[in-house]
Design a protein around this ligand. Structure first.
Ligand SMILES: *[C@@H]1O[C@H](CO)[C@@H](O)[C@H](O)[C@H]1NC(C)=O
Ligand SMILES: *[C@@H]1O[C@H](CO)[C@@H](O)[C@H](O)[C@H]1NC(C)=O
Ligand SMILES: *[C@@H]1O[C@H](CO)[C@@H](O)[C@H](O)[C@H]1NC(C)=O
Length: 264
């Protein structure tokens, strides 16, 4: 869920502390999905405004590069940050399967994304648990932030003459866990790395290069696994000017939930 950073550090801080202290009821005693380094996944897309600070609390500039929300049980938390935050994945479009007939693009297209957001458990695609796959029989869903200034508008292949529409909504993809360095386009821009500075480390976590080591990988926020590594950076505060008022932000979260839950 996108999370906005208003100019209310005090308020945000106490909300975070309350959450950490267990006032939140959105915890799960869930079994997170232990996914392999390579496999198949579904890919959907959702609207994330430029410079928006999403669930992990990654810097606004992260949105200037390809990012995605990962389905909850692979993300590793039901709220805020989880071990999935900051991970980079190379995703390759394979085929559509809801269309009749399925569409196999002539051209092979890939994109490397950084996980900055959580796709809440539910709907058809972010619904996989450790004992039940999603509607496509897969355990992971990547919800790509699209459109994005970093992704060509014609990224998703289509055949409008044949199908009568261009947006298939959901794709079968192959994924590969990749090091962010050298692979994620934003890895060369310090401002796109790390988490926002104006919230405590108990609220945000966005490692530049999570490896699984406790020093560079987020803990599960909803499991209350204690403080994550401090990934706050100073790059963000200087450049971030909130553009969204609370109301559109809430509306956006709702739309996001709907999009995630309604198979687009
Ligand atoms: C996804 O692609 C793989 C490899 O081609 C294929 O085995 C699988 O059936 C496809 N899944 C869907 C839902 O299209
Ligand atoms: C994490 O960092 C601390 C302090 O730098 C170090 O002592 C510790 O060995 C590191 N832990 C791991 C698992 O690398
Ligand atoms: C951010 O700036 C403050 C004050 O200038 C400094 O003390 C702190 O070390 C900086 N933190 C990072 C992560 O650069």
């Amino acid at each position: 869920m996108p999370k906005t950073t208003q100019n209310l550090p005090g308020v945000m801080m106490s909300i975070c502390l309350l959450l950490i202290l267990g006032v939140a009821t959105r915890t799960t005693s869930a079994q997170w999905i232990d996914y392999t380094a390579n496999g198949f996944a579904t890919m959907t897309h959702y609207t994330l405004p430029r410079d928006y600070v999403a669930a992990c609390g990654c810097t606004p500039s992260s949105t200037h590069y390809p990012t995605a929300a990962l389905s909850q049980m692979a993300f590793g938390s039901s709220a805020a940050f989880g071990p999935g935050c900051g991970r980079c994945f190379k995703l390759t479009l394979l085929n559509t399967f809801l269309s009749d007939p399925p569409f196999y693009p002539a051209e092979s297209k890939s994109i490397t994304v950084k996980i900055t957001d959580l796709c809440p458990l539910g709907g058809d695609w972010c619904s996989a648990t450790s004992n039940k796959p999603n509607k496509a029989g897969l355990s992971l869903n990547f919800d790509l932030a699209f459109p994005s200034s970093s992704i060509p508008d014609d990224f998703f292949p289509s055949n409008e003459a044949f199908y009568g529409y261009t947006d298939f909504g959901v794709w079968n993809t192959s994924y590969q866990v990749v090091p962010c360095n050298e692979n994620w386009p934003g890895s060369r821009n310090q401002a796109a790395l790390g988490s926002v500075a104006n919230q405590g480390p108990e609220c945000v976590c966005c490692p530049a290069e999570p490896t699984g080591n406790i020093n560079d990988t987020c803990t599960s926020y909803s499991d209350k696994n204690g403080l994550p590594p401090d990934t706050r950076t100073n790059a963000s505060e200087a450049i971030y000017t909130p553009r969204l008022s609370l109301y559109p932000a809430l509306l956006l979260s709702l739309l996001y939930l709907l999009a995630c839950n309604m198979a687009l």
